[in-house]
Structure formats: C-alpha cells, structure tokens
Design a protein around this ligand. Structure first.
Ligand SMILES: [Zn+2]
Length: 160
C-alpha cells in the first residue's frame, strides 16, 4: 500500500476522494496533467478564469509579483489592488463543501491548513499596510453557477 504523501493526497482532494492508492486507477491522463499544473501552483484553472475576465474587460495586470507579501496571483498596479485566487482546501475555506479535511492524518492536515490560513492573514495585513486593496477569490466562487456573480463583485470591488 502506498503511503499517502501530500502530493497524492492533494490529488485525492481534487477528485473528492478521501483515499487514493495509486493515481492511475482514478485519474485518466488528461486529469493527471491538469492536476500536475495545479500542484505546481502556477496557471491553475481558476486563476486563468480571473485573468481572462480581467483581460477581456480591459484591466491590465501583473502576475505573481514576488516583491509583495504572499506573492499575490494577480496584481493591478493602476487600481492598487491585489487578487488572490485561493484553493478552498489548501486555504481552509470555512463552511465550504470543498474544504473537507481528510480522515487520515487529520491533525497533520489541520495543522498545515491552519498555518496557511495564518500566513494568509499576515500577508493581507501587510499588503493593506502598504496601501494595497486585497481581494480573495475562492475557487468555489468560480464554479459555473457562481462565476458571473463573482465577476460582478470583482468589478464593483475594483471600481470602489
Ligand atoms: Zn470554497
């Protein structure tokens, strides 16, 4: 039996399974490569949705601007706004159906996720103290049924 490494577990969470022995038996090739792109933390699909929306609406932005706290996913210098597109699992989105702590190694996961949440809070405070407006968009807010409302909210946020 394979040990549940974080990498494997992450993929499990993606496909909403609490336990996975091998990737091959649950993921087809296409899903795997999609998962891999998510794991690397770059060009994740939710983030691309936000970028496409902003681009289409004439907003110009920078990506992963590493000089800012927390390396925000999208930076809009003109609007002094940064956007984080957060995965509901990794950032512990409260009261969200996508935030399900695995029932194996539960304490380890909780500890890991809580550290991420703490870091998120600190980063947000630092950004705000530097004069940036911070917008967090959760992965679940980009699902097809919620996306339009999320983008409307984002426009309002940018225009305030
Ligand atoms: Zn969520």
């Amino acid at each position: 039996m394979l040990k549940l490494t974080p990498k494997f577990a992450k993929e499990c969470n993606f496909c909403q399974r609490s336990e996975v022995l091998t990737m091959a038996d649950v993921h087809d090739k296409k899903t795997r490569s999609y998962n891999m792109s998510r794991i690397k933390g770059e060009n994740t699909k939710p983030e691309i949705l936000v970028r496409q929306f902003l681009h289409k609406n004439g907003f110009r932005f920078r990506l992963n601007y590493s000089k800012l706290p927390g390396k925000p996913d999208i930076v809009l210098p003109k609007y002094k706004t940064v956007i984080f597109v957060n995965g509901c699992f990794w950032h512990g989105h409260e009261n969200c159906k996508y935030y399900v702590v695995p029932n194996t190694k539960t304490e380890w996961w909780l500890n890991k996720i809580n550290k991420t949440k703490q870091r998120d809070i600190v980063n947000e405070q630092e950004l705000e103290s530097l004069g940036w407006k911070v917008k967090v968009i959760w992965e679940c807010e980009l699902k097809t049924d919620k996306r339009i409302q999320t983008f409307k909210d984002l426009l309002l946020f940018l225009k305030v």
